[in-house]
Design a binder for this molecule. Structure first.
Ligand SMILES: Nc1ncnc2c1ncn2[C@@H]1O[C@H](COP(=O)(O)OP(=O)(O)OP(=O)(O)O)[C@@H](O)[C@H]1O
Ligand SMILES: Cc1cn([C@H]2C[C@H](O)[C@@H](COP(=O)(O)O)O2)c(=O)[nH]c1=O
Length: 221
């Protein structure tokens, strides 16, 4: 059975870039890796509704924290069976954003912490009600919000079709979200976490070793 490994962090933190490097390092060690990124824009109707809402095209829907969280969760629910099959066929299923993104952004939007009502509600929805596979490991790519924002702005300027959405341009939300992520990792919410310093180039070789070792690390390493 493969390992479900999740990369989490702020918008522009460098999750996709870390995912690319980690995939190469895992494959270099002989592991088979398959990747998935949420929301699955262009692949799932709920994800496409999320994109429309985040770009102001669905009226007041984006104002509803719980409504948005349900759309993100439904996209994942539709992918649950595929993830289970992928886990049978691959050593590592590497996912860019998963349930913790919903927890961190929703709680931050409501000015709550990781132990607040929203995170409990979300855990009940996605894990207990929707039965999503629980990750084996969650990697928090820690980047100061200002650096993540600068990277997201740079990407907006250099890549077409990468206009920042309403969450990405909200600096206060990103700062609160960074704090909730820290709490989720420190409390080992849902599964073990490793905090990766995203301000420097990550040692993906060492990280690949940890991912494949299969032991549950301490909440912070
Ligand atoms: N370690 C790094 N050092 C410098 N620049 C980086 C680093 N990692 C990523 N970047 C750059 O920052 C920008 C954002 O990176 P990336 O797309 O990987 O972030 P992301 O976390 O996946 O973003 P999002 O969640 O918004 O899709 C890109 O232009 C990328 O080249
Ligand atoms: C999967 C997921 C994402 N979010 C947030 C995080 C981002 O600000 C946006 C869109 O994601 P992208 O990586 O910029 O494409 O949505 C969330 O709140 N809940 C989720 O489950």
């Amino acid at each position: 059975m493969g390992r479900l490994v999740v990369i989490e962090g702020l918008d522009g933190a460098g999750k996709r870039t870390l995912g690319d490097g980690l995939t190469r390092a895992l494959e270099h060690r002989g592991a088979t890796v398959t990747r998935l990124a949420f929301p699955r824009y262009g692949e799932n109707v709920h994800a496409d509704l999320v994109r429309d809402a985040l770009h102001g095209q669905l009226g007041d829907l984006a104002h509803s924290v719980h409504g948005m969280a349900v759309l993100f969760a439904l996209d994942r629910r539709d992918a649950a069976q595929r993830i289970r099959s992928d886990l049978v066929r691959h050593d590592v299923v590497l996912v860019d954003r998963y349930v913790a993104s919903n927890a961190a952004y929703g709680a931050a939007r409501l000015h709550q912490g990781a132990r607040g009502e929203f995170v409990s509600w979300l855990t009940e929805l996605e894990v207990e009600r929707f039965g999503l596979p629980v990750p084996d490991l969650q990697l928090l790519l820690r980047v100061p919000p200002e650096l993540a924002a600068a990277r997201a702005e740079h990407r907006e300027r250099t890549e077409s079709d990468r206009q920042r959405d309403t969450f990405e341009v909200d600096g206060g939300l990103q700062r609160r979200c960074a704090l909730v992520y820290e709490e989720l990792a420190a409390t080992g919410w849902l599964a073990p976490w490793i905090v990766v310093d995203g301000a420097i180039t990550a040692d993906v070789g060492a990280l690949a070793g940890t991912v494949l070792a299969g032991h549950a690390p301490a909440a912070h390493e």
